[in-house]
Design a protein around this ligand. Structure first.
Ligand SMILES: Nc1nc2c(ncn2[C@@H]2O[C@H](COP(=O)(O)OP(=O)(O)OP(=O)(O)O)[C@@H](O)[C@H]2O)c(=O)[nH]1
Length: 294
């Protein structure tokens, strides 16, 4: 768990994010300006249908749109998933271990090849008991970080099964394999060749990180964003219609509206309620620029 110090200052559930499951499956692209022809959505996440029939999104992709990428971070418990997301988004590291219950997420905005990219980092629980919950949140993921720990053999051996769990839900998405806690190399229980061999076998880019020492964490997410953008551009060039289709590839995501009263299931669609397991604050700028706690 992300273990924020202020985690319990506020009664749980004050801020509830409600997503329809189909929305979670969308590539999220946010209109940057109010003059954007895409109408302001009524709830936090809009349906892909809303973008149908509107001016070319291909052009907008180039000029007016901001790409948002849903990244899921998966792996056994205690390998450092929450710590990694916290390090990346808030620039901090805590020694405390608090198990993540269900899912959690933070986001950070970065610039990749002059393109604004919003990374939405979904932190999933590493324990099997939460599998049913976490699986639902893999849907719609556009990139994935598979993490194991230098000091935990089981976490290394579980990587293939984590990968399968994600793949079953979302297919082939940009993915990286990460060996975390390399500051503890003295205590390693995994040989270098084994880790590299696994990356080769799974055909994945491999990073060694230390969240504690802030080694290579940025690189992991930068690589994924880059890879995803390349793929998106290729797809858009090859099949511009994809952007307009109802295939849940594109959605409009409004992070400015957070009116909980508009988030309900009155339309009869399935509703997933995300209850942050720690305090969420309103979006605010912080010293790490572009990092937002939702
Ligand atoms: N030495 C060292 N410790 C780390 C590193 N990254 C995380 N930790 C520690 O490992 C423990 C587990 O970290 P978490 O980030 O909570 O692990 P998690 O994978 O989110 O665990 P679950 O929520 O159970 O899935 C914490 O005590 C962290 O401080 C690292 O790079 N080096």
């Amino acid at each position: 768990m992300m273990g924020l110090p202020q985690a319990n200052n506020k009664p749980e559930g004050q801020l509830m994010i409600v997503l329809r499951s189909s929305d979670v499956e969308s590539v999220l692209i946010q209109a940057k300006s109010l003059s954007d022809p895409v109408p302001a959505p009524k709830s936090n996440v809009e349906l892909p249908e809303r973008v149908l029939g509107k001016p070319s999104k291909t052009a907008m992709l180039e000029e007016d749109m901001e790409v948002a990428i849903k990244v899921v971070v998966v792996g056994n418990g205690a390998v450092g998933k929450s710590s990694m997301i916290q390090r990346y988004c808030k620039g901090i590291f805590t020694k405390d271990y608090k198990k993540t219950i269900g899912v959690d997420f933070l986001e950070r905005q970065i610039l990749v090849n002059d393109e604004d990219v919003r990374l939405m980092l979904w932190d999933t629980a590493g324990q099997e008991e939460f599998d049913a919950i976490t699986k639902a949140y893999y849907r719609g993921a556009q990139a994935c970080v598979l993490v194991f720990s230098t000091t935990d053999r089981d976490s290394f051996e579980a990587i293939s099964s984590w990968w399968q769990k994600v793949e079953v839900e979302v297919g082939d998405i940009p993915t990286v394999l990460v060996q975390n806690k390399i500051d503890l190399l003295d205590e390693t229980v995994i040989k270098n060749e084994e880790a590299e061999g696994l990356a080769k076998k799974l055909k994945l880019r491999f990073y060694r990180t230390s969240v504690k020492e802030d080694l290579n964490v940025n690189e992991v997410f930068k690589y994924l964003a880059d890879k995803y953008l390349q793929r998106l551009k290729r797809q858009t060039a090859e099949e511009p219609e994809l952007v307009h289709s109802t295939s849940n590839k594109i959605g409009v995501f409004n992070t400015t509206s957070s009116n909980p009263s508009s988030q309900n299931s009155s339309n009869g669609r399935e509703v997933i309620s995300l209850r942050p397991n720690k305090q969420r604050t309103k979006k605010s700028k912080n010293p790490f620029g572009g990092c937002v706690v939702l």
